[in-house]
Design a protein around this ligand. Structure first.
Ligand SMILES: Nc1nc2c(ncn2[C@@H]2O[C@H](COP(=O)(O)OP(=O)(O)OP(=O)(O)O)[C@@H](O)[C@H]2O)c(=O)[nH]1
Ligand SMILES: [Mg+2]
Length: 395
C-alpha cells in the first residue's frame, strides 16, 4: 500500500436550478396566470471523518469532486429537484487547507465530523413569485446561482499521543517494537523507516496510548537533506515528544552534536513544536560497559544543558522502557485531566495546536513551492513525495 499524506483536490458544489417562466394554459381558463416553479438548490460538498482510512491515496487518483446541480423549475408550479449533496470521506487526522488563501479551513479529528467545503448554489425563483396587482403576467424569473468551487489541500497527520524524534539509527523503531505490537522494520543503517508507524502502547488492561515512529532527521533537514522535514508534521498532533539519542553511535560521532542538530531542525520546522514537552531518551546503554553508563549519560545531559526529564534505556533488551512508557502514560493522563478541569489550560493547548498547524502549513507550502519550481525546470515527472512502501498500523 502506498502511504500518501498530502493531496490536492478540487471540490465544486452544484449549481442552483433556474426558476421557470410559464403560464397556466387550460381549456376554459383564459389568462391562467403565471405558474413557473422554482429551481432546486444545488448540492453542497461535505467532508466526513472516517477512521477506516489512513492514507490519502484515493485523492491521487480522483481529484475532482462535484455535487449535483439543482433541476430547473417547471410549469404547473412544479419545483425542480434539489441536487444531492456529496459526502467525501477523509481519514481522521486530515487538515483541510484552502490552496488559494492557505487558510486552514478545518481539522478533521473525529470520526463522523462533517465539514462543509463548498456551498451549493441557491435556487432560482419561478415567475409565480413575481405576480402583483399591477403585473398579472410577469415574465420575470431568477437564475440559480453557481455552486462554490474550491481548490483544497489535504494534509493527513497520524493521530498519536507521543511522537518519536531522533537521528536515523537512534533506535526509534526498536523502541516502538519493544513497547507495542507494531513491528516496523529495524536495521543497522540510516533511513530504515520511510513512513510513519503507529503503535498502541498498552499500560494496563484498559490503559493505553498511541506512539508514532517517524523517519529520522539529520542536520540540514530543513534544507531538504535526508528525507527533509516533511514527516515532522506528523508530530504536531502529539502532546509529548521522546527525543531518542544513541549514546554510542557506531561511527563514534558525538551524540551531543547530533542531539543539538535535531533540536535545531525542529525549531526550523516549527518554533511552537520545539516548545512542546520533550523528554530525553538515552538509548543503547547496553553498548557501554556497566561502570561507564552513569558517567556517559550524565556527561551528555550536562553538555546538552538539559534540565527536563531524562530516561536511560536499552530499546533492544527492553531495559528501562517500561518505566518510560508508564511515566508517559501518567503524564498524559494528568495533562488531559488538567485540560478537562481548567478551561484556560485547554485553550492554551488549542492555541498551541493552531500555531503549530499554521507553521506546518507554511513549511509545506515552502517545500511544495520549491518542488513546483524544480518540476517546471527539469520537467521530471517522478513524484518524490510518494513512497511505494508498506505501512504498518498496529491495531
Ligand atoms: N545494542 C543496541 N542496539 C540497538 C538498540 N536500539 C536499536 N539498536 C540497533 O540500532 C539500529 C537502528 O535501529 P532502528 O530502530 O532501526 O533505528 P531508527 O531510529 O528507527 O532508524 P531510522 O528508521 O533509520 O530513522 C538497529 O541495528 C538496532 O538493532 C539498543 O538499545 N541497543
Ligand atoms: Mg526506524
Amino acid at each position: 500500500m502506498q502511504f500518501v499524506d498530502e493531496a490536492s483536490i478540487i471540490v465544486e458544489a452544484g449549481k442552483g436550478g433556474n426558476g421557470c417562466l410559464s403560464f397556466r394554459r387550460e381549456k376554459y381558463v383564459p389568462k391562467g396566470g403565471p405558474d413557473g416553479g422554482d429551481g432546486g438548490h444545488g448540492g453542497s460538498v461535505y467532508l466526513i471523518g472516517d477512521d477506516a482510512l489512513n492514507t490519502l491515496i484515493d485523492f491521487k487518483y480522483q481529484r475532482f469532486y462535484k455535487a449535483q446541480n439543482g433541476q430547473p423549475g417547471q410549469g404547473r408550479q412544479m419545483s425542480g429537484r434539489a441536487g444531492d449533496d456529496l459526502h467525501v470521506k477523509v481519514p481522521v487526522g486530515t487538515t483541510v487547507i484552502d490552496e488559494d488563501t492557505l487558510e486552514v479551513i478545518a481539522d478533521v479529528t473525529e470520526i463522523g465530523q462533517v465539514v462543509l467545503v463548498a456551498q451549493g448554489g441557491r435556487r432560482g425563483l419561478g415567475n409565480i413569485h413575481f405576480k402583483s396587482s399591477t403585473n398579472r403576467a410577469p415574465r420575470r424569473t431568477t437564475p440559480g446561482t453557481e455552486g462554490e468551487r474550491r481548490n483544497l489541500r489535504f494534509e493527513m497527520k497520524v493521530m498519536a499521543d507521543v511522537g518519536l524524534l531522533g537521528q536515523p539509527n537512534a533506535g526509534k523503531s526498536t523502541l516502538i517494537r519493544s513497547v507495542s505490537a507494531a513491528k516496523p522494520k529495524v536495521a543497522n543503517y540510516p533511513f530504515t523507516t520511510l513512513v510513519p508507524n503507529l503503535g498502541v502502547v498498552k499500560i494496563g488492561q484498559h490503559e493505553h496510548f498511541v506512539m508514532a515512529d517517524i523517519p529520522g532527521l539529520i542536520e540540514g533537514a530543513s534544507d531538504g537533506a535526508g528525507l527533509g522535514l516533511r514527516f515532522l508534521k506528523h508530530l504536531t498532533r502529539t502532546r509529548l515528544l521522546f527525543h531518542v539519542v544513541d549514546v554510542a553511535p557506531f561511527d563514534e560521532s558525538d551524540p551531543v552534536a547530533a542531539a543539538e542538530a535535531i533540536v535545531h531542525e525542529l525549531g526550523q520546522f516549527s518554533p511552537t513544536l520545539a516548545e512542546r514537552p520533550r523528554w530525553l531518551v538515552l538509548n543503547k546503554l547496553d553498548l557501554l560497559p556497566a561502570e561507564e553508563r552513569e558517567t556517559v549519560a550524565d556527561e551528555i545531559v550536562r553538555r546538552l544543558d538539559w534540565d527536563g526529564p531524562v530516561f536511560r534505556v536499552s530499546a533492544i533488551s527492553g531495559e528501562g522502557t517500561g518505566a518510560l512508557v508508564q511515566a508517559a502514560y501518567r503524564w498524559l493522563t494528568e495533562q488531559r485531566q488538567l485540560e478537562n478541569e481548567d478551561e484556560e489550560a485547554a485553550e492554551r493547548e488549542r492555541e498551541m495546536r493552531r500555531r503549530m498547524e499554521g507553521e506546518a502549513v507554511a513549511r509545506t507550502e515552502a517545500r511544495l513551492g520549491r518542488k513546483r519550481k524544480r518540476d517546471d525546470e527539469d520537467d521530471d515527472d517522478f513524484d518524490d513525495d510518494d513512497y511505494d512502501v508498506e505501512v504498518e498500523y498496529a491495531p
